[in-house]
Ligand binder design. Sequence first.
Ligand code: DQA
Length: 149
Amino acid sequence: MTSILILNGPNLNLLGTRQPEVYGAETLAMIEERCRQHGDKVGVAVSCLQSNHEGVLLDQIHAAKGVHDGIILNAGAYTHSSVALMDAIYSVEIPTVEVHLSNIHARESFRQTSYISKAVIGQICGFGSFGYLMAIDALTHRISGPAPQ
Ligand code: DQA
């Protein structure tokens, strides 16, 4: 069975109360449950982890090698600063999809740069929590099929 790791970065543990007008009213626990249920429906094992610490996110990406077939990463604010997370994704060579709840390209200019996007298959942003479900489908499609030419 395909196994996908969903990694969420800093401040995403505060979803539900954190700027709901930007990030929605669902808690991270609710989003993770929806992802697990969607995984059950499409035959994918979904594991979830959140950390506010860059080093923990790095360790989790390293540990995913040989364990998970794909990664879904919302690196939060580290998206815009972390060369280390970009390098980790390059290093493990695990297909990764970048997700953001908000449309980072329509926000402040500093949010429009993503180091993560250089190392991933693709980016999904602006669709709220539905983006994670889209990412599960996109990743499953990529893992089971040939890469586009
Ligand atoms: C975010 C967008 C980032 O710019 C921000 O720092 C976050 C959340 C999103 O999901 O929209 O923490 O990654």
